[in-house]
Design a protein around this ligand. Structure first.
Ligand code: AMP
Length: 397
């Protein structure tokens, strides 16, 4: 994969697909600038080479043009993070944009309006992609890892209008891919994956691919109850996907054949209702009474998982161990974060991704200890499934 490190941008204009889909409060202030900070190294490299930068992104899910979703709201935060002035044009294709790009001087930055004001963006419409490619730039750079699994006009389709010498991955995209490959394909053994979250159905592909890569597979969160039930445990009113019981059995059988050690919860924190004010108890994993539901892993499971993590050289984590949004059921998720932080300090390579796991790591102040925190949700899951992302494939075709 060609990256921007292979290019000198002196007197060149680069159109960069960034992921500035940031959360805004009611007054349109950016409440989390992680994605803007993550794009800075790519922007800096091009400007420092003596080039100029045109930034394009989506923001939210607008239905057509809608001021609420205008990217102009992020300009103050963008200027603060970059320490530079940012020009803005209230469209992303057409003559006015071409003129603004034409006037751009080395060292200058132009931000385009929300790509999703055009439904053609998500449809991957090739005339819209061509209109973006025709803005008058020399290079197309993709640095939007978070949307690299989408074959949208600006993330993939546009790349066909640039030859191999004039398109490349930005530094964030490169870092993400390298980090995931390092954990998944080149990881030092033992390799341990911890997969949590609400449902098995959303992570089947991930689990199946991981069975070919890892030594230990720890299954926690809501999805664990489908596995527990498949093994004949009493799971009371816990979340379960009854149509996935056979699949859970098949996965467990396959794991055995492949010599993968699957770790399921041995005890649980159960609740008499889905609430932070619920009555709670700790029970063995096969003893959940009717009327009760498991909302977090128990103390023995936390200890068991910590032991496995401390003996691992490579650790991949995606998905919470319980309903961590409620303080009462956040301990399992937090303990996994702390365990991974501790193992990383001892030299293990750790990769954490997905909104909930990343939020837990940030809340615990572990950001500096984890080897790599992915900015991708869906894109990371597809990489963990072993898929080639359209946004990445398009750069090499
Ligand atoms: P996902 O988006 O698939 O990673 O799932 C994350 C969600 O799973 C979070 O909102 C958690 O609250 C939820 N979750 C985790 N454990 C449980 C559980 N035992 N019962 C119900 N929901 C859960």
């Amino acid at each position: 994969m060609k990256t921007i490190n292979d290019i000198n941008f002196k007197n060149k204009k680069a159109l960069i697909r960034v992921d500035f889909n940031v959360p805004l409060d009611a007054d349109f202030n950016v409440t989390d600038n992680t994605r803007i900070v993550a794009a800075k190294p790519t922007i800096d490299k091009i400007l420092n080479d003596g080039g100029s930068v045109v930034l394009m992104s989506h923001l939210g899910r607008p239905k057509g043009k809608d001021e609420k979703f205008s990217l102009k709201h992020i300009i103050p935060e963008l200027e603060k993070v970059l320490g530079r002035k940012v020009k803005f044009v209230p469209d992303c294709i057409g003559e006015a944009v071409q003129n603004a790009v034409g006037q751009l001087k080395p060292g200058e930055i132009l931000l385009l309006e929300n790509l999703r004001f055009y439904p053609e963006e998500k449809k991957g419409d090739s005339s819209f992609a061509k209109a973006l490619a025709d803005l008058g730039v020399d290079y197309y750079i993709n640095d939007a890892f978070g949307t690299a699994h989408r074959a949208h006009a600006s993330t993939a389709v546009i790349a066909q209008f640039f030859d191999k010498e004039h398109k490349a991955a930005g530094k964030l995209l490169e870092k993400e891919v390298t980090a995931i490959q390092k954990a998944l394909d080149k990881g030092e053994h033992p390799v341990t994956a911890i997969i949590g979250g609400a449902k098995v159905s959303s992570k089947i592909g991930v689990i199946e691919n991981l069975l070919n890569k890892v030594d230990n597979l720890i299954i926690v969160g809501g999805m664990a109850y489908t596995f527990l039930k498949a093994l004949g445990n009493k799971i009371g009113d816990s979340i379960v996907e009854d149509d996935k019981l056979d699949l859970a059995k098949k996965i467990l059988k396959e794991a055995k054949e492949k010599g993968v050690n699957v770790i399921l919860p041995v005890d649980l924190v159960i609740a008499d209702r889905f609430s932070n004010d619920a009555q709670t108890k700790v029970v063995k994993a096969n003893e959940i009474p009717d009327g009760w539901q498991g909302l977090d892993i128990g103390p023995d499971t936390r200890k068991l998982i910590d032991g496995v993590i401390q003996n691992s050289k490579t650790i991949i984590w995606n998905g919470p161990a319980g309903v961590f949004e409620f303080d009462k059921f956040a301990k399992g998720t937090e303990n996994i974060g702390l365990s991974i932080g501790k193992a990383s300090e001892k030299g293990a390579y750790s990769l954490v991704g997905g909104g909930d796991s990343v939020a837990a790591v940030k809340k615990l102040g572990l950001t500096g200890k984890i080897s790599y925190i992915s900015t991708g949700g869906g894109a990371l899951l597809e990489m963990l499934e072993g898929k080639t992302l359209p946004g990445i494939a398009a750069l090499t075709e």
